[in-house]
Ligand binder design. Structure first.
Ligand SMILES: [Ca+2]
Ligand SMILES: [Ca+2]
Length: 227
């Protein structure tokens, strides 16, 4: 992506035991080969940040479960400014690939690769997965209704908000449901987003804005340069 300048981890690394450091380096070596958008040093920094956020040290030989829903949601909220519960649950579900209710270190790095630096193709897959609330590979009328209602009914209006949202669902379907079966398949969604990129986050903000990406990356990758 052309953004990987020389990056150094905070001095924190030197405070870790040599054994732990070696473990993290080995882990980073392996993991960086599996993710598209981070180099080895960046992966090392992300592992360190993961441990900080987890609030406990990764002890060699001890299995670390990972970030639970609550911890993960507070990261989305505090670091990336997300507020929508339904969307945050969707992001959690999308990061938690093996569905064990924890975002493991590997899931964290793989997820962030798309979340922070994903290509359009990767982001289309990611957003579709977030929006497919029940995981049946379609975004249904009901799912659209719930998400739009959740994101739009912040301000109370005099009219029945449900009617307006139902109309919006129909308008959205008309625009995006290319095969006319009354729901969005991945193919429908992908086609619509490729035609109009703004539809990527049609049902709620599930990707961070550029400012929070920059702040996060600066904090995780380059904090040492300022010390
Ligand atoms: Ca998991
Ligand atoms: Ca669905």
């Amino acid at each position: 992506m052309g953004r990987a300048v020389s990056v150094r981890c905070p001095t924190f690394m030197s405070e870790m035991s040599a054994m732990n450091r070696k473990l993290i380096q080995t882990l980073a070596e392996t993991t960086s080969k599996q993710v598209a958008h981070f180099n080895k040093t960046e992966v090392e920094c992300l592992i360190r940040e993961f441990n900080v956020l987890l609030g406990e040290q990764a002890i060699p030989g001890k299995a670390v479960t990972g970030l639970d829903r609550g911890k993960f949601r507070s990261i989305l909220h505090n670091i990336f400014g997300m507020t929508d519960d339904m969307i945050m649950d969707g992001v959690f579900r999308t990061f938690d690939k093996d569905n064990d209710s924890f975002v493991s270190m590997k899931e964290w790095i793989e997820g962030l690769s798309v979340f922070l630096r994903g290509t359009l193709e990767e982001k289309i897959k990611y957003c579709f997965h977030v929006y497919d609330l029940n995981g049946d590979n379609y975004v249904s009328r009901e799912e659209m209704f719930h998400m739009l209602k959740n994101s739009l009914t912040r301000q109370p209006t005099e009219e029945d908000p449900d009617e307006g949202i139902k109309d919006l669902v129909e308008i959205t379907l008309k625009k995006m449901d290319h095969d006319h079966d009354g729901r969005l398949s991945f193919t429908d969604f992908e086609k619509a987003v490729r035609e109009e990129n703004l539809l990527l986050e049609a049902f709620g903000t599930c990707l961070p804005d550029i400012t929070s990406i920059e702040i996060f990356e600066h904090h995780v990758f380059q904090v040492q340069l300022e010390q």
